[in-house]
Design a protein around this ligand. Structure first.
Ligand code: SF4
Length: 182
């Protein structure tokens, strides 16, 4: 295995859910509705009734059979452990209602930032994207910086996220797909 593929693997692991170090955030923060993917309705900010005290899922091995296909395909891209252990330094959302509310608001924003980082790193390993490598590297640094902001700044990230995407998209389209946008 060459160093580029090792690096790629490390990066992919960083932007992949690690439920062992997450405080079950997606099972509380996110809402879901009774559909083919979920067996019942749940509002955002309310713990799923299958979530145990130790943040593990009581039906983990039978999710699909139990009507929770949606849980088997959800990917937080490592946002859950980042919010739990980095942004909130391991604080338990059960201990403080105000902190819990903030964590639940930050999670989907962190998820978007981590998803973007995953694809930016993936693009760095594509030969076709070579002409925009420098743009990609800058976008990675800037997006990574956003993931490290304190919680109040995190909550305004949606706007900054949009700026990054808008800055990158014309460059990507023009150089990779051959479109003339400017
Ligand atoms: S069913 Fe399990 S994995 Fe899905 S939200 Fe509930 S506790 Fe989490």
């Amino acid at each position: 295995m060459n160093s580029a593929s090792i690096d790629n693997k490390l990066i992919k692991n960083r932007y992949r859910a690690d439920c062992e170090t997450c405080l079950g955030l997606c099972c509380v923060a996110l809402p879901y509705a009774k559909t083919a993917d979920f067996a019942f309705d749940k509002a955002g900010g309310i713990p799923c009734r299958n979530l145990q005290e130790d943040y593990r899922c009581s039906i983990h091995t039978q999710l699909r059979k139990s009507g929770f296909r949606g849980c088997t395909v959800y990917e937080c891209f490592g946002a859950g452990q980042k919010v739990s252990q980095y942004t909130y330094d391991g604080q338990d959302w059960r201990d403080n209602t105000a902190t819990a509310k903030e964590m639940f608001n930050v999670l989907p924003i962190m998820q978007q930032l981590h998803e973007i980082l995953y694809y930016l790193h993936e693009a760095l390993h594509l030969k076709e994207a070579q002409p925009i490598h420098e743009h990609l590297k800058l976008a990675i640094v800037e997006t990574e910086r956003l993931t490290q902001l304190n919680l109040h700044h995190q909550l305004s990230c949606n706007f900054q996220l949009l700026i990054i995407v808008l800055q990158l998209t014309p460059c990507w389209c023009k150089q990779v797909n051959g479109y003339v946008l400017m």
